[in-house]
Design a protein around this ligand. Sequence first.
Ligand code: CDM
Ligand code: ATP
Length: 290
Amino acid sequence: MSLSETAHAKINLTLHVTGKRTDGYHLLDSLVVFAAAADTLSYLPSCSPLSLDFTGPFGQVLATEATDDNLVIRAARLLAEDRATEQTGRLILEKNLPVASGIGGGSADAAATLRLLDRVWELNTPPDRLHSIAMQLGADVPVCLAQHPTRMSGIGEQLAPAPALPDCGMILVNCGEAVSTPAVFKARTKSFSPEATFPASWPDAKAMATDLARLTNDLEAPACDICPTIRTVLNTIAGLPGCRLSRMSGSGATCFGLFDTAAAADTAASALTHNPTGAGWWVHAGPLLR
Ligand SMILES: C[C@](O)(CO)[C@H](O)COP(=O)(O)OP(=O)(O)OC[C@H]1O[C@@H](n2ccc(N)nc2=O)[C@H](O)[C@@H]1O
Ligand SMILES: Nc1ncnc2c1ncn2[C@@H]1O[C@H](COP(=O)(O)OP(=O)(O)OP(=O)(O)O)[C@@H](O)[C@H]1O
């Protein structure tokens, strides 16, 4: 049995804010996909009470926060309480994804925790129960359970199949400034957007990017007001050779660029690492997972 799970970065190719609930949460309509970039969560069997350690380039950021607040521990506790099981073992999170960056790293980690512990603690939790535990952890956690391209609506709990996606390359770029999700939602000034319409499929990456350009991420403008560097990142990505579309993911600050192939994305990422504007930025290139 594998004792690890991969927690892929979540990318909102489109994100329309379609309304607001009375409890303050916003209604969304989003085309969500996953990138190859990922954290890895591992489990070492032990009879000791559950613990969590961090490795990886962004592990130190989380090590300075209270472990009990980490979404991995919160997910483990919620699952154990729901299933009335003992909380034992040692968890290690290799944190490769930038924190508070709009690519749902914490949400992906929480979902990976639910998948991993359900397996290693042999719980066989029914899928609808896992979905409801996921929702209690955050609006982005349910979509991260399956890690498939998904049309996400409601506040994140309604999941439907996405259009069939073509082969496509993607780069992710983060300028290193953490952006608070509630602050971005609060900074919105625009009226609500309609739900998006999508075809059943796109023939290739170029057709997909051209079609997606008529839709938006409604959080992009408020996030740029809070963190103006995002605008520089978007313009820099758009200027890279072969870029078909540049847009921000989630509530930012990470932005993505779409390319015809993963190889084209790789070439663009190398060009970016040689560009002095992007000094110190986190850059990932790879395929869009289908
Ligand atoms: C913006 C997205 O990244 C798009 O995928 C997600 O909707 C955010 O998901 P998340 O980080 O898991 O969000 P949560 O941890 O549940 O909520 C953080 C805060 O974001 C705001 N929030 C979040 C989701 C949503 N549908 N409406 C909201 O208004 C609320 O102020 C909430 O207190
Ligand atoms: N395992 C975790 N990884 C990242 N952040 C975590 C984790 N656990 C708790 N957090 C907290 O959650 C906050 C949001 O982090 P996260 O990286 O999930 O943001 P995000 O990428 O903007 O998410 P989203 O796209 O879902 O809004 C961070 O400020 C951090 O303090």
